[in-house]
Design a protein around this ligand. Structure first.
Ligand code: MTE
Ligand code: CO
Length: 433
């Protein structure tokens, strides 16, 4: 791009984003339209452009040396790409949540420093030399492992998404939060390196009546969850690395449980103990929390799997449309049941659907990136995406969800999201029925 007005940083502070985005977008939009679309701005390379004609500091002076950043940081022009929280959402800083800036990312891997965080008792700062993993309960020999012991087991590498069951939870009763970061940002996808839990359980030896596991964290919340033994033996990992480097403290350093496709709350961080039992524990997090009250007063119990879901990340309220003519719509889809098979996108509130391109790796229980090139005439749009996974499950509308589940729920809202694009390019979270 040669148009200087396109230079970063583009996203202003929260709240004023769409207004300023519109003003800049208006200028660029009409220029692009006059020349007949995207390629016309490239054609203007023939005109004298100060970005080329003027000398810049970085052309004339030596750059900084290799010792400037022993641990690399993003460009200062990317300083707006950060996790953000919603103040009224949680009681304290320690029992809190922040959100992945999905509208600023591409591909399907979440950078470690941008993975959303959810803690019930703050970030535990664990010394790995003093961290232990205990296996006890219905086993032949209770065992205690150091971190070094764990790293001597055969290990595996897997990409998986982690989604908090409460992702989109504030949207059950209607459109509320303006930005996919806030409506859908309790999800991340990284490559985990870890030891299959099966190998560790086999080392301890399971008693014949073993049926359930209880995973417990070393944080001040001592968070714990019951997990069926079958799942523990099938694909759970005891992970110590994410995207090749040690887990970040906020993601459970030095050890976390990975429970592929299942709700984030079960992925116990700072994992210190796994007890083997013959019944579930009915811990706080699987009774009063992470349980949805239905319309008739009954509660849904043990809702572990994250159903197929998708969201258009661009355009979205934090990423307004800046250009008329050619644009690229982009988004993410995922399913706790396997691979994403197809993503349909509508620009007119569901009258017409087009199949989006699934780009790059389409892996089981991973975020999957989709794109759809489109021409924007400047007319308002109602954008939605609908994910279909390899089991044939189709992402429902919010009304279809409410018809079955009522409106008391917080968790497992995988309904179709609608973005309303106004004629000025601003985007708003809305619902249509
Ligand atoms: N494990 C412990 N020990 N303590 C916690 O507070 N939060 C859980 C889970 N594991 C939590 C925990 C919840 S609700 C979620 S959604 C995920 O961790 C969030 O993982 P993340 O912070 O790596 O995104
Ligand atoms: Co959670």
């Amino acid at each position: 791009m040669t148009d200087k007005r396109l230079s970063p940083p583009r996203l202003p502070a929260e709240g004023e984003a769409t207004r300023r985005g519109f003003l800049k977008g208006g200028l660029i939009g009409s220029a692009a339209l006059a020349g007949g679309g995207l390629l016309s701005s490239a054609a203007r390379a023939a005109e004298p452009d100060p970005a080329i004609m003027e000398k810049k500091d970085w052309n004339q002076f030596l750059g900084v040396g290799v010792d400037a950043a022993p641990y690399g940081q993003p460009s200062p022009y990317e300083a707006h790409v950060v996790r953000r929280d919603v103040e009224w959402l949680t009681a304290s800083r320690e029992s809190s949540v922040n959100f992945t800036p999905l509208h600023e990312l591409d591909g399907f891997v979440t950078p470690n420093g941008l993975c959303f965080e959810r803690h019930h008792g703050g970030v535990a700062e664990v010394d790995p030399a003093e961290h232990r993993l205990m296996i006890n309960g219905l086993v032949d020999k209770p065992l205690v492992f150091t971190m070094d012991d764990i790293k001597r087991f055969p290990r595996q590498n897997h990409f998986y998404f982690l989604e908090c069951a409460a992702n989109s939870g504030m949207e059950w009763r209607g459109a509320q939060l303006n930005g996919c970061q806030y409506t859908h940002g309790m999800v991340h996808c990284v490559q985990y390196t870890g030891v299959p839990l099966k190998l560790i359980l086999e080392e301890a030896g399971l008693k014949t009546n073993a049926k359930w596991l209880m995973a417990e964290g070393a944080d001040s919340a001592g968070m714990n969850r019951s997990i069926p033994l079958e799942k523990g033996l099938e694909d759970c990992l005891v992970a110590f690395k994410m995207n090749g480097e040690a887990l970040r403290p906020e993601q459970g350093y030095p050890l976390r449980l990975v429970v592929p496709g299942w709700e984030g709350n079960m992925w116990v961080k700072w994992l210190r103990r796994i007890e083997v039992g013959d019944m579930p524990w009915h811990a706080r997090e699987e009774t009063s929390k992470y349980t949805d009250l239905m319309e008739d007063g009954r509660a849904r119990r043990f809702t572990w799997i994250m159903d197929a879901k998708s969201v258009v990340t661009n355009p979205s309220p934090q990423a307004p449309l800046l250009h008329k003519g050619h644009n690229i719509l982009s988004g993410l889809a995922w399913s706790g049941r396997g691979r994403i098979k197809r993503v349909d996108v509508t620009l007119d509130g569901g009258k017409n659907w087009v199949e989006a391109d699934l780009q790059g790796h389409v892996l089981s229980r991973c975020l999957t990136r989709f794109y759809l090139p489109f021409q924007w005439t400047g007319d308002p749009l109602l954008i939605q995406s609908r994910a279909i996974d390899e089991t044939g499950y189709v992402q429902p509308t919010k009304d279809e969800l409410r018809a079955v589940r009522g409106e008391n729920s917080i968790y497992h809202n995988n309904g179709i999201q609608t973005w309303h694009v106004r004629d000025n390019g601003e985007v708003e979270n809305v619902e249509i029925s």
